[in-house]
Every structure is written in C-alpha cells, then in structure tokens.
Design a protein around this ligand. Sequence first.
Ligand code: UT7
Length: 349
Amino acid sequence: MLRSKIAGIGMYVPPHVVSNNDLIQFMDTSDQWIQERTGIKERRYAHRTDETTTTMAVEAAKVAIERAGTKAEEIDFIVFATLSPDYYFPGCAVLLQRAMGMKEIGALDVRNQCSGFIYALSVADQFIKSGMYKNILVIGSEKHSFGLDFSTRGRNVSVIFGDGAGAVVLQPTQNENSGILSTHLHSDGDNAELLAMYNPGTHANHWVKDKLADFDDAAIGEMFMSHSMIDHAQNFPFMDGQAVFKKAVVKFPEVIMEALDANNKKPSDLKLLVPHQANLRISQFVQQKMGLREDQVYNNIDRYGNTTAASVPIALCEAWELGRVSQGDLVCLASFGSGFTWGSALLYW
Ligand code: UT7
C-alpha cells in the first residue's frame, strides 16, 4: 500500500532570545507567573524587518529538502500553514515558491492556527497516497512577535507566543513499517470567537457581538480596519484562556486515542507523542490522563513558547535530532487550537 513518509525535516528559530524577565519592561507580569501557568522560560522573536514568516520558512525548508535528499526544483507541491502571513493576501506559499526558485507548482496556504501543520500534513498525505505528487513541502511558520499587544491589557496572550518555523518533505513509500498510518481532523465553530483575531476582517462585528457578551462594540460596521478597531484592541489576538484550556484537555486525549484506535494501537505502543506546545500544563495533563511515561512525550515549550503552526514540526525536528525517534518508531502528532480545530497523525518514522 502506498503511504507518505517524512523523508526530511528541518526547523528554524530566530537567534533573538526573549526571556520572561525581558517582558516585564512592557507589561505587569513576572517570570514566576509565566513559568507556573505555562512552563515557558523564554521564546524567540524574529528580526522586525529582516525576517518574515516566509523567510523563516525558507530556512526550515532548506534543511528539510537537503535531509530528504532532494532539491527545491524537485518539490512538486507546497502546503504552508500559518496564522501570521506576510501579507493578508496572497498567502505565504507563493512567496516561498518565489524565494526558493521553485517551478510553477501548486502552492496552498492553510489557515488552521495551532492545528495548521496537522491539517497541512493531512492534505499532503492525501495527494501523495493518490499518486498525484511525489515530493511535497509542508510548512508551519509564525511571526507572532509582530502582532501582539505588549501592554498589560494583552499579557495573557502575548507572554505565550513565540516565532519560528518547521518544515517536512513528504514522499511516497511502499514500506509497511514507515510512513503516515492515518490522520484525524476535527472542528467546532461554536467557539470560533474564544481564540481569535477579529480584524482585519469583513464581519463588521456581525458574529462577535452575539458571541461575546462584554464585547466592546464601538467599531460596529466599520470598514476592514479603522482607528476605532485599533483603539479597542480588536487588531490583536483575543483568548479566553480558561475556556480554551478546558476544551484542550478533553480534545487532545480524544483525538490521540482516535488515531491509536484506528490502527489497533495502545498508548504504551507509542515511542513518542509530539503535542502542539500550547501550555506545559496541558501536555502534562494529557500525559497523565493517557498513562504515558515522561519520556514518551516531547516538550520544548520552555524554550520557544507557543509557535502555533510551527510548534509540532519544530518539536518533531528537535526530537529527531536528539535521537528521541528513529526508523520504525510509532509517533503521534496532535494539536488543538483556535477554531476550535484539532487533529492527530499517527506514523511510523
Ligand atoms: O495554542 C492555542 C491554544 N491555547 C491554549 O491552549 C491556551 C490555554 N490556556 C492557557 O494556557 C491558560 O488559560 C493561560 C496560560 C492563558 C492563562 O492561565 P490561567 O491560569 O487560565 O489564568 P487566567 O487567565 O485565569 O488569569 C488568572 C490571573 C488573572 O488575574 P486576576 O483576575 O485573578 O486578578 C489575570 O489577569 O492572572 C492574570 N494574568 C497574568 N498575570 C501575570 C493573566 N496573564 C498574566 C500574565 N502575568 N502574563
């Protein structure tokens, strides 16, 4: 049976390290609060003008392509997941295609936030299994630092997020002990407004005013982007952290079990679970709930924070570089985030 395998993986994080203490100059927070609530010690911020979501993706892609033993000219499709694109449109995939001098191949952007990489991987997996493409570049990349509210008003969101990129090259394999076994994707749009950035958008507050009781509606009916929206912080991400947390700790185990059950596997069969790095407390809860040992779960949120679409490929890349996964190992990738959307992928490395 034809499957797709991760033939090469790469990551890039900007060199600029921002510690929790560095954030204190902008907002009322503390290293203790951030570490206790999230497990984050530091994160990376991209260079304000010299690095973009796409340029970071290019760096990660170069490594993945080289490790896959292929060349940029041989890539036949791009799937790019991000919530922090260089432009509102067009998407980042075409910018990457241009930057890497690729052929006039298909280039698709995926907008599924924290689940973006798993959605992107699933799309690429179907194209490989159908025989349509043979060398797909799948990316997750984010430059959050450019769009966060660094005042005390935005502290529950801004301390969490960091910048970076991860990339894989998917290729076909006939090897029964290698490749993606299955992917599982879900959504619940009822909670779309609980973790969202409302503007720029075309909604004129149509959805928001009904969903959020205390929503500051001074900007109702305003065009795409206005001064009023900026004054009311509607151009920054909003998160009801507790609601997201409560849903995440249910949906993570559920979607991981769905992947295991679909393939007649048990949690104990897993060599490694690589969860989206949203909060160390969420990962620890999932580990405990599923009866996994500490060495079966990979966490690196302490060093990078939450890099949204980039977090799973960055964590997987690090885990592979550290020898935590090797050929034939059973690995589960899982994510949950804005939308809400969530998903999992089970694979033999
Ligand atoms: O990746 C996408 C999915 N995202 C997630 O999965 C995130 C899930 N949620 C979380 O991780 C947590 O809810 C947070 C880490 C975001 C927040 O932790 P929490 O324990 O839920 O805190 P909270 O929002 O309930 O806030 C508790 C207190 C509040 O103060 P009062 O009202 O008790 O006086 C906040 O104002 O902590 C305050 N607070 C802060 N204090 C210092 C909020 N953010 C900060 C901060 N520094 N950065």
